[in-house]
Design a protein around this ligand. Structure first.
Ligand code: KG4
Ligand code: ZN
Length: 363
């Protein structure tokens, strides 16, 4: 008996290779891979169906209960996810014309995010996988934002740089392949989305303020100057900008109590211009340092019209190939989770029923 075990030990790497080969052959012969994806990390409940790497449906229910609170209220968000999750999954399946029994695997956001929100999506994904007896695939929310670039054509070639800008993160990522990514730069305090949302709160705008500032800025000019942070390397900082906007508003309002109402378009345009300038400066530095000219932007803030336009112009000037996902794949959505899930499925990278959500999840 021990001779058999010894032989198995010696040949284990070949055995492993053979099993992997067999697994991939079975996948190819099986033909269609149907991924049901679930995203519930913050205040959007979303489900999507991805067939063979193509988005067939992407249903998003955005919670409006937070708009007057200046930010997401975690307790309200998780309760709202509980109400939304089943109808959202039903709608995603219906939109795709797919039945639950056809699904090959369930992909879900494991983290990072709000724990109470994540629990709803994770529990739903686990229950579905258990009852349908299909594999479960955990996804890192920030990987998925990057892989949103593979939801449509043209797709970036590896390696590429991705500026991922959302409500909780601001990162420059070097994407070596679907599974191998390195953070080259990150924020040392607030995220770019937070800079938009916190400025909006000071201006009395609803949450999320990013899209509102984007709209108001269209009729304004960048007449007010805010200092740019001095942060080393490819890292970012936005908390100083927030403070200087606060002091600026306080000072101006002592002279004119209606300063905000009178200047809302110019204030929005000035803050937006400053944020975009900070982001693009570091992206140019990252391209120069890495020698990579294949570059994309992703995450909620990449929906910003001024960032999109300035990014394309910067790309043109610097000889980059530029990539921007469609609006529906910029802000939180399950299609990006499904795309990430599809590539993990091809690799056979599954998790088991003991998986738990992670509010903080290592990249
Ligand atoms: O990626 P996302 O939907 O959720 C997170 O993972 O955080 O990003 C949300 C962030 C919010 O801060 C929101 O204000 C910002 O994206 N955002 C925008 C725009 N649309 C969404 N910021 C600026 N301009 C926009 N058009
Ligand atoms: Zn996000």
């Amino acid at each position: 008996m021990h001779k058999v075990l010894l032989l198995a030990y010696r040949w284990q790497k070949y055995l492993f290779f053979f099993i992997h080969l067999l697994y991939n052959t079975i996948i190819l012969l099986k033909n269609n891979i149907y991924i049901l994806a679930i995203e519930s990390s913050c205040d959007d409940t979303s489900a999507a169906v991805i067939i063979d790497g193509h988005v067939k449906s992407n249903y998003i229910s955005t919670q409006v209960v937070h708009q007057h609170y200046g930010g997401v209220v975690p307790e309200l968000a998780s309760r709202q996810h509980l109400i939304n999750i089943l109808p959202v999954i039903d709608s995603a399946l219906k939109d795709a014309g797919v039945e639950l029994k056809q699904i090959s695997a369930v992909a879900f956001t494991r983290g990072p995010g709000l724990l109470g929100s994540l629990i709803v999506g994770v529990s739903m994904a686990k229950s579905l996988a258990l009852s349908l007896e299909i594999p479960l695939i955990e996804i890192h929310h920030m990987h998925a934002h990057v892989l949103a670039h593979f939801a449509e054509d043209p797709k970036p070639a590896f390696p590429f740089l991705c500026l991922t800008v959302s409500g909780g993160h601001t990162q420059i990522v070097k994407v070596n392949d679907y599974h191998n990514m390195e953070i080259l730069g990150t924020t040392i305090d607030d995220a770019a989305g937070e800079a938009f949302d916190k400025t909006g709160k000071m201006l009395g705008l609803d949450y999320p303020a990013g899209p509102i500032i984007d709209k108001l800025a269209k009729d304004g000019k960048p007449v007010f100057a805010f200092p740019e942070p001095q942060v080393s390397g490819l890292n970012f900082s936005f908390s100083g900008l927030k403070t200087s906007v606060l002091y600026f508003l306080q000072k101006e309002m002592t002279k004119d109590p209606n300063f905000i109402q009178h200047n809302i378009h110019d204030i929005c345009c000035s803050v937006q211009t400053c944020i975009v300038r900070i982001l693009l400066k570091k992206l140019i530095a990252a391209s120069e340092m890495s020698g990579i000219t294949e570059i994309g932007i992703a995450g909620g803030v990449s929906a910003n019209s001024f960032l999109r336009q300035s990014f394309l112009e910067t790309g043109l000037k610097n000889g980059w190939n530029t990539y921007i996902p469609s609006f529906e794949y910029c802000t939180d959505n399950a299609a990006m989770i499904g795309i990430a899930g599809y590539y993990k499925y091809l690799k056979g990278d599954f998790c088991d029923q003991s998986v738990t959500p992670l509010a903080r999840m290592p990249f």
